[in-house]
Each structure stands twice: as C-alpha cells, then as structure tokens.
Design a protein around this ligand. Structure first.
Ligand code: ZN
Length: 302
C-alpha cells in the first residue's frame, strides 16, 4: 500500500478562476499569534464551527467518529446543479478548502491552527498521499473536517478516458475509506479541469458534485504568506469557497492571520457539504460551464 515510488511524485494544484493581484491589507501578519479578541457573530442559524478555546481534540483510537457531514443528503443535484464555485446562503458562511495533501508536516500544523479556533475545513486529498499518510487523514476526520476526492494521481482528468477517471477517483475514494472509514462526498478535479460531460458522469457514478472555487490566492505560486492572507481577506464574501493548498508551508504560515481576519469580519466556517446543505434558492451560484472539449481545459500549473 505504501509504494516508495510514490514519494517521488510531486503533487501540484493549479488555479483556475479569479486572479487577485496586488491586494494588500495591513492586517495580514503571518507571524501574528492567534487573536484572543476575535469574536463570533451572533446568529440564529446553527453554527457548525466557531472559535472555541475550550475545544479538545478527540482521541483517535478505534473507529473514527463519523464526520457530521455524512448525515446530509448526498444528492445536491436538485439544489441547483452539479458544479459549484460558490453557494448562495443566508448568513456569512464560507468554506475553506485545502488541496493536495495530506502533507506529513504542513497538514498537522494546519490542523493545529484550525483546532485552536475550532474551525472546520475541507481537505481535497490526493489518494497516493492518503496511502502515504493515512494517520493524518484519520486525524482530519476525527477533528470534524471533511475529506473530498482530489483523485489518486492528480492528473488532468479532462484528458483521461471515462474508465481512467473512474479508476482514479475510485482509488482515492478507497484510500480514504481504508485510512479513515469514511467516503468523500464531493470532487475537486485537479487543476479544475473536468468537462461538463465528465462532471455528469462522475455525479451519476460517484454521487459527487464538482466543487470549484471563487476565491483563489494563487498560493501555489508562493507569493508569500502576507499576500495569500490579503488576497483571501479582500475577496471572500458570504458563500465563498476558498481555495488553498496545505502542501505549501507559506500557505499554512498565512492561515493564523487569514482565519483570524475572516473571524473578525464575521464569517463562520463550514465544510463544503455543510455549505451545500445551506444553499438557498436565491440567485444562481454554479460554477461557469465546464469546457466542452479537453482543448479548452486549463493548463496545469508549473
Ligand atoms: Zn490539486
């Protein structure tokens, strides 16, 4: 199961979508300790996650506690489509997503940062990394985070045949199942590349909606923690799905000030499945239509 050759494969996730250059905010200090003055806004709606200094990590022994997301319906097709880049919700709910892990040091460090604030996030894991570091996936689930499917090999799926896509997504799904006893419920295609026809196939066969994003700090280009922070803070709105990568140390460095800044702005953090379950009928928030041919698929990042 742990193929040493896999260690030489370097996952990279790219960025479609919005490019946020030049945004600067004075509050982004990566070395800033977690703020003790952040406050969680009052809300009548159920608060799935909140700042909570009394939060304690569950023991990761025996069966992993089920992610609360698993109680939601897996069929989101009746709620506005198969692809989402943001979700219309009533309330300042957002979903932080972290791609390409688990990473042996950066992901646990991020989990500590999230735990200190009792913030739940969604991890779009690469299956081969799950097989290398299954205990980190177990910890993610035990601490209430959601695990999404990001394929096993991180290839551009729009270039693959249906059978190749089927095999790749199933391998990731099964790796997550072996590691943590749960199954992913949504898909983020590597590089955001998945044709509309493929999205329909994936939904029909796996039940996954395709989850894109509407906030992209381009952290994979390593612009520095303060830039990552300022881009996220200046572009996140209610219903946003924020893309980041937990395999990059500077991205994790950016998270304390980023998360505290979002808390100070009144945002409440939920997982992707929770955000989808909160979807209102107001407006349309589906991702832009997927390209019809593989030629139109985005170019992979370097
Ligand atoms: Zn990726």
């Amino acid at each position: 199961m742990r193929n040493a050759l896999l260690r030489h494969m370097k996952p990279l996730c790219s960025a479609l979508g919005l490019i946020f250059l030049g945004a600067t905010l004075g509050s982004c200090r990566p070395d800033m300790p977690p703020s003790s003055s952040s406050s969680v806004p009052a809300s009548a709606a159920p608060v799935k996650t909140a700042r909570n200094t009394a939060y304690r990590t569950p023991q990761v022994r025996g069966p992993v506690p089920r992610n609360p997301d698993m109680s939601f319906s897996a069929d989101f097709s009746g709620k506005g489509g198969l692809s989402f880049s943001r979700v219309p919700v009533s309330g300042k709910y957002i979903a932080m997503t972290f791609d390409d892990g688990p990473h042996p040091s950066n992901t646990p460090r991020l989990l500590d940062i999230l735990r200190a604030r009792n913030i739940k996030a969604t991890f779009y894991v690469i299956g081969r990394n799950v097989d290398l570091y299954p205990q980190i996936v177990r910890r993610c689930v035990a601490e209430g985070h959601e695990i999404g499917n990001h394929s096993y090999t991180h290839r551009l799926l729009s270039k693959l045949s249906d059978s190749e896509i089927r095999e790749d997504l199933a391998r990731c799904r099964d790796a997550v199942g072996r590691a943590a006893g749960i199954q992913p419920r949504t898909l983020r295609p590597p590089y955001g590349g998945l044709l509309q026809r493929q999205r329909e196939m994936v939904h029909a066969e796996f039940g996954y909606p395709t989850i894109m994003w509407n906030v992209d700090p381009l952290d994979w280009k390593r612009p520095g923690p303060s830039v990552v922070c300022s881009r996220i803070l200046s572009h996140t709105t209610a219903g946003s799905i924020v893309l980041s990568h937990d395999l990059h140390a500077p991205t994790v460095d950016a998270m304390p000030s980023t998360l505290d800044g979002l808390l100070q702005r009144g945002f409440q953090f939920v997982t992707v499945s929770q955000l989808l379950a909160m979807k209102t009928d107001a407006g349309t928030a589906q991702a832009a239509p997927a390209p019809a041919t593989s030629q139109a698929a985005p170019a992979p990042a370097p």
